[in-house]
Design a protein around this ligand. Structure first.
Ligand code: TYD
Ligand code: MG
Length: 451
């Protein structure tokens, strides 16, 4: 058969015989790349696909091996499942290689080997990193290789406890002629690795680079092919890193782990709330502590607002970092209409301290109070934490997990929680003592209570 070329969207994998400025499938611009039209022969699996009677299927509760770093264990849902393929995405420089070298170190110990394949760095570079992480006698084998078939044959021979591939975009299969990193290559690599993992029951970590807007470039199309998808995030100028689960065939997707990047690798942060509040200013207008839920755990974060008159006539600025822009606009409109402030001619800046993002409506009340506190130039009570969703009539609505939120505030020494009245009844049975819980059903009520 004559082979031609085809244009493949690098975002979603859509194929088109013609070049397109915008992919008609996913709507992304400038993602079509010309690739050779190739057919990958699909190898039939050696174990025949005979149908099995339901009642005769044996339950093997996905055998797991513990990863030394406890928070990573939790994120994986209680350990690494044998034969699973875990994709870890993150921006360049965020610490993916560091995390996985640490994981390799702990998994290997002194007995079973772990194979760490790097298509990006030389062995010497990896060793420099390993020195910082305290790697010494552990049986971590390094392989600088980009040819997939070679990697698979080495792994097949070695039968390691785990295999790390850093990164999926640098590895290429000789079955295809397109260059590494293209969607066809990335898919083929994942495919072969997946087969290796399942056949030999070797857990595999695939590292994938992602772009600024947070999508796994290319790897986005891999999400359905792997068992677990983790996202490693953080601001490069901040030291904390968050490991989140996007997909997990063997566990919950709500877990998350928080680390601090230190001089000797990533250190789990045991008390994230204290960590994120450690530099909170004293008695500053516009600062509020919100009790939010991140994953399954409560987390206290500081939201800051700054309202100042626009210097030049024209459109006043509305900026928010770490919060949903549309939601903030809605809340500002509400404060103007229902509470009676006018923000015409005022610049409004909102920020979640520490480079965190808060994307749940339970932060609404905090945002509103921060803005009003800044306008009035009166600080909020320092020992107060807040949570609650705000509706368009200015009502404060109840949110999920009030008990966890209150307990977190109490454990950090807060004396007062301002919260939705509707959530109060959920607290009684739980016997929350040692902290005052003030329920409000509207923003107006909240304001009269604290100012
Ligand atoms: P790296 O793991 O190379 O990131 P990625 O693989 O995601 O591209 O780590 C990048 C940064 O981490 C780099 O700027 C150096 C820093 N770092 C530390 O601060 N402490 C350490 O112990 C290590 C190993 C790296
Ligand atoms: Mg790296």
């Amino acid at each position: 058969m004559k082979k031609g070329t085809v244009f493949v969207c690098q975002n979603c994998g859509f194929r088109s015989p013609k070049w397109l400025g915008r992919c008609t499938m996913c709507g992304e611009y400038n993602t079509m790349v010309e690739e050779l039209e190739e057919e990958v022969s699909v190898a039939l699996s050696e174990t025949g696909g005979e149908p099995v009677l339901y009642s005769e299927i044996k339950e093997t509760a996905g055998q797991r091996i513990p990863v030394g770093i406890e928070p990573v264990n939790n994120v994986l849902g209680g350990g690494l499942v044998l034969g699973s393929v875990v994709l870890i995405g993150g921006e360049p420089g965020i610490g993916k290689s560091t995390l996985l070298l640490q994981v390799s170190k702990d998994l290997a110990g002194r007995e079973q080997p772990v194979l760490y394949v790097s298509g990006e760095e030389s062995l010497e570079q990896i060793k420099l990193r390993g020195d910082r992480l305290g790697l010494t006698g552990e049986k971590v084998y390094l392989l600088a290789e980009t040819a997939l078939e070679r990697i698979v044959s080495v792994a097949d021979r070695m039968n390691p406890r785990a295999l790390v591939i850093d990164s999926v975009q640098t590895i290429f299969s000789s079955k295809l002629t397109s260059s590494p990193g293209t969607i066809s290559q990335v898919r083929e690599v994942t495919n072969q690795v997946f087969r290796l993992a399942k056949n030999k029951q070797i857990p595999v970590f695939l590292i994938g680079h992602i772009t600024k807007d947070g999508t796994l470039a290319g790897p986005k199309s891999l999400e359905h092919m792997v068992d677990v998808v983790l996202l490693f995030e953080g601001e490069r100028d901040h030291n904390h890193r968050v490991l989140r689960v996007l997909k997990n065939r063997f566990g919950p997707v709500s877990e998350l782990a928080i680390f601090e990047m230190s001089q000797s690798g990533l250190k789990p942060i045991d008390n994230p709330s204290a960590f994120f509040l450690r530099e909170r200013p004293k008695n500053e207008p516009g600062s509020v502590v919100v009790s939010t839920i991140k994953g399954t755990r409560p987390l206290l974060v500081e939201i800051q607002a700054l309202v100042s008159s626009t210097l030049f006539s024209g459109n006043p600025r509305r900026m928010s970092i770490g919060l949903d822009h549309y939601r903030v606009s809605m809340l500002l409109a509400l404060v103007e209409k229902k509470i009676g402030y006018s923000f015409a001619g005022e610049d409004i800046y909102l920020n979640v301290a520490g480079g965190l993002t808060v994307d749940e409506p339970a932060a609404d009340l905090g945002v509103v109070l921060a803005v009003i506190s800044s306008v009035k130039n009166i600080p909020l009570p320092r020992e107060m934490a807040v949570f609650g969703e705000v509706g368009l009539s200015g009502e404060v609505r109840s949110v999920s997990q009030p008990v966890a939120r209150v307990k977190e505030a109490r454990s950090l020494g807060f004396e007062l929680v301002l919260m939705p009245e509707g959530n109060l009844s959920q607290l009684t049975g739980e016997n929350i003592t040692g902290i005052k819980c003030l329920g409000v059903n509207s923003v107006k009520k909240a304001l009269t209570q604290i100012f």
